[in-house]
Design a protein around this ligand. Structure first.
Ligand SMILES: *[C@@H]1O[C@H](CO)[C@@H](O)[C@H](O)[C@H]1NC(C)=O
Length: 212
């Protein structure tokens, strides 16, 4: 393409654009229809706003939402059970997660806020980790065994104990690591290592001992 023909195309494009915009410039006449037009525009804006305000609930009031279908779930960690419930907030509400996280539920006589929220099957669902009054989730240690020095010169003594009351299908590693223990005048938040076998779950501790 020669520079000359390119220029011509450019010119004709410009003229085309100018011609296109010209009718728009002449629409000043429409301004005289403002009463009708403005009324329709305002009405449309109001309708859109009302729809948005309804769908997204721009200003949620307190106590507007309630938990339903409260269900106890499994024991998740030492002395702790998970509960799941549905919140009657619309999944289209843009504040659904804040509302969910901020709405407490009474469990065993105490108010609890969810530990997490999610949208599941078209419902806003909250998960609660309740760590009081859950005796079925309380594990404990028994059969204290002093296994002697871990190895000569290791300066570590090996203690083993049997984990009791492990809930059915519970994650044994989680319970073993979080079940508190107290022996040799020391307190432990859980075992140092864990193993499971046909004889049950055993926790192991390797504690400082200069005589080893
Ligand atoms: C949620 O349930 C509570 C209690 O039944 C009710 O007062 C409230 O109006 C409900 N909110 C919505 C958005 O349905």
């Amino acid at each position: 393409m020669s520079p000359a023909s390119r220029t011509i195309i450019h010119h004709s494009l410009n003229r085309y654009r100018y011609n296109e915009t010209y009718p728009l410039l002449s629409t000043g006449r429409r301004k005289h229809n403002c009463p009708e037009h403005c009324l329709l525009t305002t009405l449309g804006a109001v309708i859109i706003f009302v729809v948005f305000a309804t769908v997204f609930r721009i200003m949620p009031a307190d106590n507007e939402f309630a938990w339903t279908n409260f269900e106890s779930s499994s024991c998740t960690t030492y002395a702790t059970r998970e509960y799941v419930a549905e919140l009657n907030v619309s999944i289209w509400n843009i504040h659904r997660m804040e509302i969910c996280m901020g709405t407490s539920a009474d469990v065993h006589g105490k108010p609890h806020r969810p530990s997490s929220c999610e949208v599941r099957s078209g419902k806003v669902v909250g998960h609660f980790a309740i760590s009081h009054d859950e005796p079925d989730c309380v594990t404990y240690w028994s059969e204290y065994k002093d296994k002697g020095c871990n190895a000569r010169g290791s300066k570590k003594r090996h203690i083993a104990q049997h984990l009791m009351n492990l809930p059915h299908k519970a994650n044994y590693k989680e319970f073993c690591a979080t079940t508190p223990a107290r022996f040799l005048e020391q307190e432990f938040s859980g075992a140092n290592s864990c193993e499971t076998s046909i004889w049950g779950v055993w926790g192991h501790w390797f504690i400082d001992d200069d005589s080893c």
